[in-house]
Design a protein around this ligand. Structure first.
Ligand SMILES: Nc1ncnc2c1ncn2[C@@H]1O[C@H](COP(=O)(O)OP(=O)(O)OP(=O)(O)O)[C@@H](O)[C@H]1O
Ligand SMILES: O=P(O)(O)OC[C@H]1O[C@](O)(CO)[C@@H](O)[C@@H]1O
Ligand SMILES: [Mg+2]
Length: 338
């Protein structure tokens, strides 16, 4: 394993004897691989491991299970999360977090590993800052919107699911001369849209990070048609400020009534399915690094991978800085899809 950077040292890491882990926010393919790596690494380092069910709700409701090596057998290939996940509004309130901390203390839990996205890291960071309990985050979200890691766990699997679907849509779009608007996930982030658009050869990509101009889009589509293209794919991130795919398709249809248009919303199929090899490897490395990091005294940090190295980044940076999309990629995707 590569050297671990950016340390942050709490009082007594050698006092850590029992750790807990949870999965939070939208599930992501590879969460199970992370759970497996955490549990097996913790056992290897002679720690006891507790699984928290249903994300932060499980901390508040004392929903803990002891994890053994066999508890994580044969889960590396499974999508979803065996610990289940949730969105837990109570955790946004101080009383909720205090209850969670008291339950952890009563259960003898010395440290926590949170597998989730930016929202989960906000919660994890507050728990660490308010109560001083050692906490490490692992970036698990299909959105890829976390600073401090090249990729989040689940992103690779999700974009592969998207491109398989778009390839299928392309077949029928071409056969029937249809302009398709395909909506992908990403309420605040266009990574899924941009990467899957490049990889599927889509004609246009609409993202929350970039102002959408419907007239410009229609003009572009007209130019494409003049090149004898009779069908097309527009990938729309669900968080686009002009609306979802259905709304945008309607606006285009008003301006280009001769076009035959259809809308497909890929929805939650993007979050499910067996994780890709890249996601399984990333989850395995980060799961191990999180446990090792706790034992080295790291806390309030996220374990990520940058340029193939394990890097620890303050949770606050991971969720505030966010990762930026490269706007040149949009231009490139246009150039090579013409
Ligand atoms: N500001 C906050 N303070 C405390 N807890 C928070 C905060 N924001 C989010 N959380 C906790 O984290 C949970 C998950 O957050 P959120 O729904 O934003 O998903 P996420 O972790 O960003 O994952 P994804 O975006 O992949 O679905 C929330 O339900 C809540 O319990
Ligand atoms: O239906 P849910 O669980 O609210 O999830 C939708 C959101 O979660 C994400 O899929 C990430 O998990 C976002 O891209 C999306 O906006
Ligand atoms: Mg999020």
């Amino acid at each position: 394993m590569s050297e671990i950077k950016n340390s942050n040292t709490p009082a007594n890491p050698q006092d850590i004897k029992k750790i807990a882990l949870l999965t939070s926010g939208g599930d992501a393919p590879g969460m199970n691989a992370a759970i497996r790596a955490i549990v097996r690494s913790a056992i290897y380092y002679n720690l006891k491991v507790v699984g928290v069910k249903n994300g932060f709700s499980g901390l508040i409701n004392n929903d803990f299970i002891e994890m053994k090596s066999h508890s994580v057998s044969k889960i590396i290939s499974r999508g979803g999360t065996i610990l289940k996940s949730s969105r837990c509004p109570e955790f946004k309130m101080q009383q909720g977090r205090e209850r969670a901390f008291n339950n952890m203390k009563a259960a003898g839990i010395d440290a926590l590993i949170v597998n989730g996205g930016d929202g989960s890291f906000r919660g994890a960071d507050l728990l660490y800052k308010e109560f001083g309990i050692p906490v490490i985050g692992i970036p698990c979200t299909i959105d890829n919107d976390i600073y401090g890691t090249d990729f989040t766990i689940g992103f690779d699997s999700a974009i592969n699911t998207v491109i398989r679907a778009v390839d299928n849509i392309r077949d029928t779009a071409e056969s029937h001369n249809i302009l398709f608007f395909v909506e992908v996930m990403g309420r605040h982030s266009g990574f899924i849209a941009l990467n899957s658009s490049i990889a599927s050869g889509a004609e246009a990509t609409l993202l929350p990070e970039i102002q959408t101009d419907i007239d410009q889009l229609c003009h572009f589509m007209e130019m494409e048609r003049r090149k004898n293209k009779t069908s097309g794919i527009v990938i729309v991130a669900e968080g686009d400020e002009e609306g979802g795919a259905a709304e945008i398709a309607q606006k285009v249809k008003q301006r280009l009534p001769n076009y035959e248009t259809r809308v497909t919303t890929l929805g939650h199929i993007q979050r499910g399915g067996s994780p890709s090899c890249n996601d399984r490897v990333l989850a395995s490395l980060l799961g191990h690094a999180a446990v090792k990091g706790l034992l080295e005294g790291k806390t309030g940090l996220m374990a990520g991978q940058v340029n193939r190295e394990i890097v620890f980044t303050p949770l606050e940076e991971a969720y505030t800085k966010r990762d930026k999309i490269d706007k040149n990629w949009i231009e490139i995707s246009k150039i090579i899809s013409m």
